[in-house]
Each structure stands twice: as C-alpha cells, then as structure tokens.
Design a protein around this ligand. Structure first.
Ligand SMILES: Cc1ncc(COP(=O)(O)O)c(C=O)c1O
Length: 393
C-alpha cells in the first residue's frame, strides 16, 4: 500500500470508528502526534476541571472539612472505578501508592501465605522495578529468586515455589503472556500469582477474577491517563482478602484509623492494603480521567487497539522494513498489547528528532523505539503520519 492509499484507507477506518468521539475528552496540543500513552496518558479536560475545583473549592474553601466530605473515601472509590477495567469485583481493588510499592505489598503478602516455601519465580524481562522488588522480598525472606524468560515460567514452577510474578503485557515488546496457563500452573503447584498490569489497564481487557488471579498491581498514569505520578492500584482476590496481610502497616489500613489505637488491627477487606494518607490531588486527577471509561466497552477498545497496531505493522512491512527497521513485537494480534516496538540502530536519535517536531514516542535501550497506540484517542490517520515520518529518516 503506498502512502496515498494508506491515507485513504485510514480515513475510512477512522470514519467507521465507533469510539472516535472519545478523543474529544483529551486536550492534546494542536499539531502533536502522541504515541506515548503507554508511558504517560494525556491531560483530559475532566482532570483539569476537577483539579481546579479541588484546589479552589475543596482545599481553599472547605479546608480540612473536605476529608470527611469527600477525600477519605477516595482510595476505595477510585479502586472501584478501576475494578471493572481489570475484570475485578467491587471492593477488591484499592488505589494507593505506586506500582513498585503495591508490588512489594503483594509479594510480601503472598510470601507470608506460603512461608513454608523457598522460591520466588520472576519473569527476567519484567520491568526492572519488578525484579528489584522481587529481589528485596526474596532476600528479606531468605528465598531463592528464580529469574526466567516468559516461556520458561511454567517449567520453573514447582513445589518450592511460593509466588510467581510477571507482567501481562511486556513493557518492551508488548508480548501478552499466557495469564491463564501461568496462573493455573502456579495454582497446581500451590503457589500464588501476582500480575503487573501496568501496560494492560485501560488498553487490554483483563479478567482478574475469572482467571483466578491472586494479586494484581498496575499504574494510574499510563492508559488510565491519571497524570504524572498518578497513584497506582492493587487487586486482591476475594478469597484472600481476609487472610492476606501486608508489610506496610499504617493507619489508613487500620480497622479504625480515627480511634488512634496503639496496636495495629487490619481493616476488613481491601482497605488493609492502604498505608498512609492518600495523595489527593493526583487521585482526583485519576478519578476524573477514569470517567472517560464510563460506558465504554473494553472489547471495543481492544478491537480499536488491535486495528491501530495491525495497521501500523502492515505499513511497517511496506515502508519501514525495507529501510532497516525490525519488528520487535508479536505479529499475532492476540499476543500483542497496545504498543509496537521497532528495532532500529539510530532509534534514540530518531525518537529525539521526532520529539522536537511534536511526534512523540519513546526509546528503550539498546535499540527499541516504542509506539503506544491508545484506543481512546489515537487515529489511523496519525499512524500514517507516523510511518511517513519514520520512512523519511
Ligand atoms: C511494567 C511496569 N511495572 C512497573 C512500572 C513502574 O511503576 P511505578 O513507577 O509506579 O512504581 C512500570 C513503569 O513504567 C512498568 O512499565
């Protein structure tokens, strides 16, 4: 397909896109082509509006009264907005901290539930923070860390395994791991499973409860568009909610925080996974951004994501492969998340040059250019513009 044909085809695809109106929720600067929603989602009009109201009314005018009027419930309220996005039941997700801290809490909780075991299995291609956290949990418990590739995880699980942790959508390649197979293998050997949904939530459907996942964590600032440093989330399976403890015992996770008791008593349910005061401004921004998902079918979002990434790969074959770019993401749509990675020797310089022109993607060493295609706001016509720019390098 030449570029003119691609542009005509993109116009047709965008005209048929039932989700096209969702882009109007976002204030993407005129002339900017944004392909980095897998790192930082754009500003939504609702986030700006709600932050303004929070500052001017809830903080300036209502002052500390706002805690009781609105803010105290936020972690649970925002958790319940995230729950359907990851296939979780109400009151099994809470919004708090960042993904690294939530992963630490989940792994420590899991290890405490399997304290007679000696190994933690981790995907060696996980985002580094996941590995660092697993290393620290393993060393605190005198456990062995078994770091293997995604394909080796199932074979590495055995009767010694306390917990397995992996990322659903690989942060570099966008490879979707076999959640069902890996979770089942962990359970067959009596181990617990912790999934990182950082590159999943908001772009790729997930079925935490149906797939019997024990714990899941993920980011608020990527496809959920909560803003820089937006708080993260943690999911705990209903059957573990009363038995799982967490290592960062703080007053927000206490059964009666305002009784100021000397001894810690964990709250009933998911609230025990809180530690300290909620980051109100960031959580407000995330809560507002999550309104965009209201009434949106996750299956339709996934269809559009697949359409965008598949279209990009078709154009890659015609225009970019002949110029030395290589595809570093799976070709099969069912194995691919919502970004596509291309290998290219001059990738770092090209990403920087494009950013200066307002075409924003990102780069991961040694040579990967990553392009996030967010189904809430990216268009097929933008994909053509991206390929045109890449092929003129
Ligand atoms: C897969 C994955 N997990 C975890 C993180 C880090 O999350 P946080 O900085 O919120 O701890 C990232 C950041 O990009 C990520 O891609």
């Amino acid at each position: 397909m030449n570029v003119n044909e691609a542009r005509l085809h993109a116009q047709e695809l965008d005209a048929q896109d039932a989700l096209s109106s969702l882009r109007s929720h976002f204030d993407i600067p005129e002339g900017t082509l944004y392909f980095d929603g897998n790192s930082l989602g754009p500003l939504s009009f609702r986030s700006r509006e709600v932050l303004h109201r929070t500052i001017e009314f809830e903080w300036r005018e209502r002052l500390i009264r706002s805690w009781n009027e609105d803010w105290l419930d936020m972690p649970a309220r925002v958790g319940n907005l995230i729950a359907p996005i990851i296939g979780a039941a109400p009151d099994t997700v809470i919004c708090a901290d960042n993904t690294s801290i939530n992963l630490h809490k989940a792994l420590m909780a899991a290890v405490a539930l399997r304290s007679d075991r000696s190994e933690i299995v981790v995907d060696i291609n996980n985002f580094p923070t996941d590995i660092y956290i697993a290393q620290s949990v393993a060393s605190q418990h005198g456990m062995k860390l078994v770091a293997v590739t995604a394909d080796e995880i199932i074979g590495a699980i055995n009767a010694n395994t306390a917990v397995v942790t992996a990322t659903h959508v690989d942060y570099r390649s966008a490879h979707i791991l076999d959640v069902e197979g890996i979770t089942k293998a962990a359970h067959e050997h009596g181990a617990l499973m912790v999934w990182d949904l950082a590159h999943t939530a908001g772009a790729v459907p997930f079925h935490a409860e149906a797939l019997d996942v024990d714990f899941a964590v993920g980011c608020g600032y990527k496809y959920l568009n909560g803003g820089p440093g937006a708080p993260a989330f943690i999911y705990v399976a209903p059957c573990l909610l009363e038995t799982a403890g967490q290592p960062l015992q703080g007053w927000w996770g206490h059964a009666e925080p305002f009784e100021f008791e000397v001894d810690y008593r964990p709250a009933v349910g998911i609230s025990r996974f809180l530690t300290g005061t909620a980051n109100v401004l960031s959580m407000k921004s995330l809560e507002a951004a999550l309104e965009v998902f209201s009434g949106v079918s996750l299956e339709k979002l996934r269809e559009k994501s697949v359409s965008l990434t598949s279209f990009f790969i078709d154009l890659f074959d015609d225009h970019l492969a002949p110029r030395g770019f290589t595809l570093a993401s799976p070709r099969a749509p069912e194995s691919r998340g919502s970004h596509v990675a291309l290998g290219f020797a001059g990738g770092k310089e090209l990403v920087e040059a494009m950013a200066a022109e307002g075409i924003i993607a990102d780069f991961r060493p040694p040579d990967l250019m990553r392009f996030g295609f967010a189904p809430l706001y990216n268009t097929h016509q933008e994909v053509v513009s991206l390929v045109e720019r890449l092929s003129s390098y």
